[in-house]
Design a protein around this ligand. Structure first.
Ligand SMILES: NC(=O)N[C@@H](CC(=O)O)C(=O)O
Ligand SMILES: [Zn+2]
Ligand SMILES: [Zn+2]
Length: 350
């Protein structure tokens, strides 16, 4: 007889976060322990001010992260380089060969928080992309067009047609990760693409749809980019995440901003989920009857696409009475609100 799954305890390989914002200074020191507690590695986003563009800048940022780690933490930051139209292909290749940079990050200029130095003319970065294709270095993409005439809820779908498809034709050997996908269009595109394309899915996009931002009052803490879409898109994301399909894996996009910056009349985009991500994911996968796929999504598919070994260590999650997480964490620059999924959590990392 097949063994009945144990639905109150779940052991999996230690997870990794394939899309994470750690910031710098006081905020870095406040948020890093939240990720290092559960995650072994993370792809660290380079959108600091000024951005992390060169290999030397990535090495210096990595050193600041390592210096901010709590005593005894076992956590490896995997660094990314912020792609600009001035990026030097040789510098990128060197940083990759030396193990300083794992990937390059493409922000269309103006698409999201701290993306002003991003790419306007994609032909100008062709030489970098071609070199990356040669050496097998992945490109992480913020997949939204910035054309103000395109509706904000359509910017991801339009990006696929107007930017990603042509780019993949021009540089077919480039290995791409579509970051934080939010639409069934992106899920379908990844599913229909046999090679060199994968996608990260965030914690919050598995949980909220656009009502969580706008219904019953405006909720800045649920505002991020790409903005959450209709319920049918959230359902498509959950289906992709629990499917076991190796091309979908966890990138929390945990993006801390101090509350003062979130609550301004023009508040910034980003949701901070590092603190309760594993509890939320267990709840989502449990509700979908797919707890056994959580390891693939959080611990196996990412390393496979990045051609890294999965972690040997294990973590155990346990289901019990309601689990409380702090509503906010303190940083030297002010409080940072932790994402509220809107339902009680019962899973905790033991
Ligand atoms: N996701 C967000 O809304 N914000 C991110 C940037 C990004 O990942 O696009 C940030 O840096 O705050
Ligand atoms: Zn982004
Ligand atoms: Zn991000």
């Amino acid at each position: 007889m097949p063994q009945r799954p144990d639905t109150t305890r779940l052991t999996l390989r230690r997870p990794d976060d394939w899309h994470l914002h750690l910031r710098d200074g006081a905020v870095l020191r406040a948020v890093l322990p939240e990720t290092a507690r559960h995650f072994a590695r993370a792809i660290v986003m380079p959108n600091l001010v000024p951005p992390v563009v060169t290999g030397a800048e990535a090495a210096a940022y990595r050193d600041r992260i390592l210096a901010a780690l709590p005593e005894g933490a076992r956590f490896t930051p995997l660094m990314t380089l912020y792609l600009t139209e001035e990026t030097d292909p040789d510098d990128v290749a060197r940083a990759h060969a030396e193990g300083i940079a794992t990937a390059v990050k493409l922000y269309p200029a103006g698409a999201t928080t701290n993306s002003a130095s991003g790419v306007r003319d994609f032909d100008r970065v062709r030489p970098v992309l071609e070199r990356m294709a040669e050496i097998g270095m992945p490109l992480c993409v913020h997949g939204e067009v910035t054309d103000p005439s395109v509706d904000i809820f359509d910017r991801e779908a339009v990006f696929i047609d107007k930017v990603l498809k042509p780019l993949r034709k021009k540089v077919p050997d480039l290995r791409i990760v579509m970051e934080h996908v939010t639409t069934s269009d992106a899920v379908d595109y990844v599913r229909d693409t046999p090679r060199n394309l994968a996608a990260t899915i965030t914690t919050h996009h598995l949980v909220i749809n656009r009502n969580a931002i706008l219904a019953g009052g405006i909720r800045p803490h649920n505002y991020c980019l790409p903005v959450a879409k209709r319920e049918k898109h959230r359902v498509a994301l959950v289906q992709a995440a629990v499917s076991g399909d190796r091309r979908f894996f966890l990138g929390t996009d945990s993006a801390p901003h101090v509350d003062a910056r979130k609550l301004e009349p023009c508040g910034c985009a980003g949701i901070f989920t590092a603190t309760n991500t594993m509890s939320i994911l267990a709840e989502v996968f449990d509700a979908a009857g797919a707890l056994r796929q959580l390891e693939a999504f959080a611990s196996l598919n990412g390393p496979q696409y990045y051609r890294l070994p999965p972690n040997e260590e294990r973590i155990t999650l346990e289901k019990g009475g309601p689990v409380d997480h702090p509503a906010r964490i303190e940083s030297g620059d002010g409080p940072i609100t932790v994402f509220d999924p809107g339902f009680r959590l019962h899973w905790r990392v033991v």
